[in-house]
Design a protein around this ligand. Structure first.
Ligand code: HEM
Length: 518
């Protein structure tokens, strides 16, 4: 018997040796077949090609409109849609708790680490990119305090200084009446605010009215790469994730303007010593660099230089584009809905005439006296979420029941905010910009709308910078509307959107007229 087995094995080995290409093709075909008929996923509807190959999804993302595809597919197929052999898009708010619950049992997919910076020749996992729940918990404990609203309000005067600088620049455009790319200026503003909160300094975007050190285009490049390679993350080690690259091309690290920029901003306050250690003793500031340097000075085991650099650079990467997208959305939807614009202006003017607003408007005044304006911002973020792809997670090894169906362990599942936030079962007339919905819905309906509102993510990995953005937006949007009459330079023009993980808009070219001077 053993003799027979040995000779069978010998025949197989001889066949493999003499037909290697045929064998590789056969193995590939078997893996494709297994992928297509994967137990547990075979019956989930979706585009036919997507069930066979992830190239369908790669092409969909490549076209930059994957958020619209996602909405359409869920309307057609229901709450579960298979968008790659091992990927299921979920469109049911009841499953937010399952997928993003606070236990963090569904870990982030390989889509995220691709977005890490590399420092000292190693990819450095940050709060956003790490897949490891224990590392995440440890790191979050160290930094969460600095993102609390109480801490951030201590930076409010610094945010005000950005608002004043923005207005001084926009005043020049208002004076000439020429067309201004307001979308770009809102992005410069968002960068400088992140600079103030993070490093206690503006990053130079407003001052120069342009992309400083090519950082905006670098982030755009990272997003392009992440959104495409993220659909086939197994290719990353052969592309920019090749571990040999930093040794072959040591200059590669400096290609990443986010890291270079972070180091530059740190160096302008303190020099990083020859041994790579950071020492900051100026103290007294309320920005994150000062806070975390103080923690490090007290207890280097609690916070090391690496941690500080990683978390500071994450702010630069994650905090500016996302906020700029939301700011653009608020302004654009108001311009396109003149009746809502009039209502917002009436609210701001009334509060102003009653002497309830400072110059510039404070966060507290905004949330207390301008409820309609706050609803405008929320509705803009509902209608145009900044993030436009699946927030991917792995189903834990034991599998899970999602929308009444058993999904096997290892499957990638996730929710795209665009799908939930355009769901007519939750938001009546979802394509209409209707800030009133947040003010007039009964308690039950409002609770459903709030649950489905996942522009800042959900659960254990929800956005840690949410308070920065909300403070910033709720202050600057009413301030700009109070100061300028804002119209599109071409009244009938529409903006263009491009989904590369973040759904960027272009074409918010406006004419400004001054309504009220200082
Ligand atoms: C309107 C503005 C913003 C939006 C729409 C937004 C959106 C999001 C979303 C959707 C996530 C979760 C991603 C996922 O689970 O896949 C997230 C996470 C994160 N965001 Fe934001 N974000 C905004 C502003 C900011 C700002 C200003 C910062 C920092 C300065 C920031 C830093 C982060 C970080 C560090 C994470 C990872 C949190 C964790 O995993 O614990 N974000 N953001």
């Amino acid at each position: 018997m053993a003799e027979l087995e040995r000779s069978a094995l010998a025949v197989v080995l001889t066949f493999i040796k003499s037909h290697p290409i045929l064998c590789i093709c056969a193995l590939y075909a078997l893996s494709v077949l297994y992928g297509r008929f994967r137990p547990g996923l075979a019956g989930i509807p979706g585009p036919t090609l997507a069930k066979w190959t992830k190239l369908w999804r790669l092409y969909d993302v490549y076209k930059c409109q994957a958020h619209q595809t996602a909405i359409r597919l869920h309307q057609q197929h229901g709450p579960l849609v298979r968008i790659a052999p091992n990927v299921v898009s979920v469109g049911d708010p009841k499953e937010i708790k399952t997928i993003y619950g606070l236990t963090g049992a569904f870990t982030k997919s390989a889509f995220y680490p691709i977005q890490s910076i590399s420092w000292q020749k190693k990819p450095q996992m940050n709060l956003f990119s790490t897949r490891d729940p224990i590392y995440h918990r440890e790191q979050k404990k160290k930094v969460a305090g600095a993102y609390s609203l109480t801490s951030l309000l201590e930076c409010e005067p610094a945010v005000d200084s950005c608002t004043r600088l923005l207005m001084s620049k926009l005043d020049e455009w208002a004076a000439t009446g020429g067309p201004v790319d307001l979308g770009a200026w809102l992005q410069y503003y968002a960068f400088d605010v992140v600079g103030e909160v993070t490093f206690a300094q503006k990053l130079g975007f407003l001052e120069t009215g342009g992309d400083v050190d090519g950082m905006m285009s670098t982030i755009e490049g990272i997003l392009d790469y992440a959104s495409l390679c993220g659909q086939v993350p197994e290719m990353h080690p052969f592309l920019l994730g090749n571990p040999l690259f930093p040794y072959i091309l040591p200059a590669m690290e400096t290609w990443n303007a986010v890291l270079t920029f972070t180091l530059k901003a740190i160096n302008s306050r303190t020099s990083i010593k020859r041994d790579g250690e950071l020492e900051l003793t100026d103290g007294g500031e309320k920005d994150m660099l000062s806070r975390w340097a103080a923690t490090k000075n007290k207890d280097p085991l609690k916070m090391c230089t690496r941690d500080i650099i990683v978390h500071l650079s994450t702010n630069v990467f994650a905090g500016s584009d996302t906020t700029a997208i939301a700011l653009r959305a608020a302004i654009y939807f108001l311009i396109k809905n003149p009746e809502k614009m009039q209502k917002t202006l009436a609210e701001i003017d009334a509060a102003d005439q009653e002497g309830k607003l400072s110059e510039p408007i404070s966060y507290k005044e905004s949330i207390t006296h301008l409820p309609y304006t706050c609803a405008v911002i929320k509705e803009a973020m509902r209608l145009h979420p900044s993030v436009g792809l699946l927030m991917e997670r792995h189903v834990p090894p034991q599998g899970a029941e999602i929308c009444g169906k058993y999904i096997p362990g290892g499957t990638i599942v996730g929710i795209n905010p665009w799908v939930l936030q355009h769901d007519p079962n939750v938001y009546e007339d979802p394509e209409t910009f209707l800030p009133e919905r947040w003010l007039t819905a009964d308690a039950e309906k409002l609770a459903r709308m709030e649950t489905s509102f996942i522009s800042f993510g959900a659960g254990s990995r929800t956005c840690v910078g949410k308070n920065i953005s909300l403070m910033e937006m709720q202050k600057v949007v009413p301030q700009l509307l109070r100061r300028y009459s804002i119209n599109l330079a071409e009244p009938k023009a529409e903006w263009k959107t491009s989904n590369r993980w973040f759904v960027q808009q272009s074409g918010l070219v406006c004419r400004l007229t001054e309504r009220k001077a200082d």
